[in-house]
Design a binder for this molecule. Structure first.
Ligand code: SF4
Length: 365
């Protein structure tokens, strides 16, 4: 089987954004054709639906302003820019195509405005790289069509914030490099590795297909030994307990405590509360945080915290070092229990008990 497929004629700029976000996401969507929406993609589509209502073409950048306009410019200042929405552009030379949300033009100067769902990011650039790359690619297309453009604008609908993105030589070089990489990736049939511990996976619409944590975990599991001739493994059924596991699956939730009660919250909202005595284990699935005080309480109470991925694959367990046995021995020693035990037990049983000399003279602390 070949590991290459036919390249797309023109790469949509949206695909470039997805490649910059995660090469594995790009592969799942555009090579394997696995589509799955989540709340973020639906919201993003709705934002673009509003922008897409009108289809426009750009004015000719070489066109001479009308004589009437020139006269008005002299008398009343500059003409307002022309706004064109949902503009389709393509370039064979770049191998790119795009539908621009909104382009503001004045003469041969153009500024592309890309609308994003959500709030403005809290980072120095006030934007994420895939968005800057997408905007720069739109700028390259505008230049191909005769316009001059030295920056673009990101508009974050969630916070109603406008962010200028300068088209620096670094952004341009990075965009062209990613464009080459994305075109090469579109021809490969080999699925790239998942991102490791990336917050991008939390909002990714393909995380249920990609299973990043599980895929990486399986890489570290040694292969199962040959089962030939081996006897079947006997199934074990644990005893039933009154306490039950508390599963927390809401992504972004936090587990805290008040006294001996665990409280699960998300933002300001309380989702669940459970008494410690009713919990046999706390099972957190995916992006859930647990306060240090809660972990200490659970360790003291010998209640394990089980860490699973969002898809319920096992990562590990946080477990306190239980001293219950030591406390029992102290109690037994203080009440003359050691002597009573010696009298109650038949002689052979005494040989298998623990040596009392193991206990310090002043008892366990
Ligand atoms: S879940 Fe993470 S690794 Fe997988 S495709 Fe999405 S962003 Fe990439």
């Amino acid at each position: 089987m070949t590991d290459q497929v036919a390249p797309p004629d023109l790469l949509p700029v949206r695909m470039l954004n997805e490649y910059a976000y995660c090469p594995r996401l790009f592969h799942l969507m555009h090579v394997e054709g696995r589509w799955a929406d989540n709340v973020y993609t639906e919201e993003g589509r709705e934002v673009h639906r509003r922008v897409d209502r009108l289809e426009h073409v750009l004015p000719d950048p070489e066109a001479d302003p009308a004589p009437k306009t020139r006269a008005r410019e002299r008398d009343e200042g500059d003409e307002p820019p022309t706004i064109s929405r949902s503009v389709s552009l393509g370039s064979d030379r770049l191998g790119l195509t795009a539908k621009l949300d909104l382009v503001s033009t004045a003469g041969n100067e153009a500024v592309s405005v890309e609308t994003k769902r959500g709030r403005v990011p809290d980072n120095p650039e006030r934007s994420w790289e895939p968005e800057r790359v997408q905007l720069m690619a739109q700028g390259l297309l505008l230049r191909e069509h005769g316009y001059r453009t030295d920056h673009g604008v990101l508009y974050f609908a969630g916070s109603k914030t406008r962010v200028d993105v300068p088209f620096t030589t670094d952004v341009e070089a990075r965009t062209l490099r990613l464009l080459d990489d994305a075109r090469a990736a579109a021809m490969r049939t080999l699925l790239p590795d998942p991102l490791e511990d990336s917050p991008k996976s939390n909002g990714c619409s393909r995380s249920g297909i990609c299973l990043p944590g599980e895929t990486l975990a399986l890489r570290q599991v040694p292969p199962i030994p040959e089962a030939e001739g081996a006897t079947a493994v006997r199934r074990l059924y644990p005893a039933r307990e009154d306490a039950l596991p508390l599963y927390v699956q809401e992504q972004g939730a936090r587990v805290g405590k008040r006294g001996e009660v665990l409280i699960v919250t998300k933002g300001e909202e309380e989702l669940e509360r459970a008494k410690l005595k009713n919990i046999s284990q706390l099972v957190i699935c995916g992006n859930i945080s647990v306060s240090a005080q809660t972990i200490q309480l659970l360790c003291e109470a010998s209640i394990p915290v089980v860490h699973l991925s969002r898809g319920h694959w096992f990562y590990g367990v946080t477990q306190g070092i239980t001293l219950r046995n030591a406390y029992d021995r102290v109690r037994a020693g203080a009440g003359g229990g050691e002597r009573k035990l010696r009298e109650a037990l038949p002689e052979p049983a005494l040989h298998i008990r623990r040596r009392p000399a193991m206990m310090p003279e002043d008892g366990w602390r």
